[in-house]
Write a protein that binds this ligand. Structure first.
Ligand code: HEM
Length: 433
């Protein structure tokens, strides 16, 4: 962890659980924030996550007062219960607490500005906002976007160099989800660069530990992004169409969402699609590291949907999923008290041997595959059908066009964030079909 990040890491002074818990979990000698931000851990977190999960499925960190959930069953309980939600104003000593308002007003304001939207809301506000967009994200409704997604994939595939090494993340994995997002929200192509920057800056909000510079950038980008969305909605008001823009405008007009909710939800939907890049990168690298599975998939493309679920399980892009306690909640053997923050560690949950046979084996025919890469319960990722469709189209397009897809060097994982697991570099060499 850099010095600047250290400064902003959750306090290491011992924090008692917010209220007397019925069952306090045993604590082990784990320096959580050093572990979670350790570059070696971030390159390959699985052995350490396995060790910690074997100690207990739910841990309490007296240093930060945060609960960590590593068991599949325990995460499922926590994700589904109404006793825990994603509204982090319930986190008693968190970003939006009175204590933080006094100690760190900048961070307080940053999170307050970003707060009114479905991902940060509990019932009934969550359902009210999610309901505006939910139906458009059903798999069969997503089919209307299939030709557009195929077109964007084809255009990018055609630009990829043949026979010379290149970074697949720069050339394909990063730009594809952004371009699809622009099309979904009728945004002109020339906005690709500024929107890419806003999304990157905002993405750090999920990391819990942020440097002062990341906080400043996130605040500025949030302001600029919302201003752009406001003007964009205004421009399309006369001719909104029946897609995402039309839905947002209709909900703003009939009062289902107020202006801040409308702007923040649209920003989140555009930014949320960026997570697809982790699946495009992590999934392809995993295939390349398991050539027998890659061959099996090439030989039988009907395995693609199951292969994608296994990529999501085996190398999930979302590494942490938070919940804040509304009331005391019995999570397996542990009571998580009201006012606590609990964090699901997806890399451990998705490889829990209590749920998955041979969890460290990558098997594209695995069935059933109840992974938690998209979270769970009422907040389960709204964009999961879009992410799956994008990846299926992209991998089919790559395999159709190239008979050889080879690693041309060492892939590099992000080592500066613990909330998402993705690749900065995936060097490839392609041979045409
Ligand atoms: C591989 C790609 C993706 C992954 C791994 C992913 C992962 C997640 C996760 C873990 C959550 C939180 C669930 C929870 O708290 O239980 C989530 C929520 C969400 N995701 Fe995704 N996501 C992906 C793609 C997308 C796409 C393509 C979009 C937008 C079009 C999107 C928009 C959202 C939104 C708006 C939420 C909040 C839903 C709610 O609170 O009800 N995501 N996603």
């Amino acid at each position: 962890m850099s010095d600047a990040q250290m400064e902003n890491a959750p306090s290491t002074e011992t924090v008692a659980p917010p209220r007397e818990a019925a069952a306090v979990p045993p604590t082990f000698d784990i320096d959580w924030w050093t572990t979670l931000m350790d570059p070696e851990f971030l390159k390959n977190p699985y052995p350490e996550l396995k060790r910690i999960r074997e100690l207990a499925p739910v841990h309490f960190d007296p240093g930060s007062g945060i609960y960590f959930v590593l068991g599949h069953k325990e995460f499922g309980l926590m994700a589904k219960t109404a006793s825990m939600g994603r509204d982090t104003t319930y986190w008693a000593n968190g970003w939006s607490s009175e204590e933080n308002k006094a100690n760190d007003p900048e961070t307080y304001e940053l999170f307050v500005d970003f707060q009114p939207q479905m991902i940060n809301a509990n019932p009934p506000d969550h359902r009210r906002m999610r309901g505006v967009f939910d139906k458009a994200f059903r798999p069969r409704d997503m089919m209307r976007y299939l030709p557009m997604i195929e077109d964007e994939c084809r255009k990018l595939v055609e630009t990829l160099p043949v026979g010379t090494p290149f970074n697949y993340m720069d050339a394909f994995g990063n730009p594809l989800p952004n371009r699809i997002s622009l099309k979904l929200f009728d945004i002109p192509e020339e906005m690709e660069a500024p929107i890419g920057k806003w999304i990157t800056d905002l993405s750090w909000l999920g990391n819990i530990v942020m440097t002062p510079e990341q906080k400043r950038n996130a605040k500025q980008s949030n302001l600029e992004f919302k201003q752009f969305v406001k003007e964009h909605l205004e421009r399309l008001r006369a001719n909104p169409g029946d897609g995402f823009i039309g839905m947002a405008l209709a909900a703003a007009q009939d009062g289902t969402m107020d202006e801040e909710e409308t702007l923040n939800n649209v920003v989140m939907l555009i930014a949320g699609s960026k997570t697809s890049l982790t699946l495009l990168g992590n999934g392809l690298l995993t295939l390349l590291k398991h050539p027998d599975q890659f061959e099996k998939l090439r030989a039988d493309r009907s395995l693609m949907p199951r292969a994608i679920e296994e990529m999501l399980r085996f190398e999930s892009g979302s590494a942490i999923i938070p919940r804040a306690g509304v009331e005391d909640f019995q999570c397996g053997d542990v009571t998580i008290p009201a006012g606590s923050l609990a964090i699901g560690l997806v890399g451990a949950i998705n490889r829990d041997p209590a749920r998955f046979d041979d969890p460290d084996t990558f098997d594209i025919t695995r069935k059933p595959n109840h992974h938690s890469a998209f979270g769970g319960g009422p907040h389960i990722c709204i964009g999961k059908a879009l992410a799956r469709m994008t990846t299926e189209v992209a991998f089919n397009a790559l395999m159709d066009r190239f008979s050889g897809i080879e690693l041309a060097g060492e892939a590099e994982w992000w080592t500066d964030r613990s909330d998402q697991r993705g690749l900065s570099t995936l060097p490839l060499k392609l041979t045409p079909a």
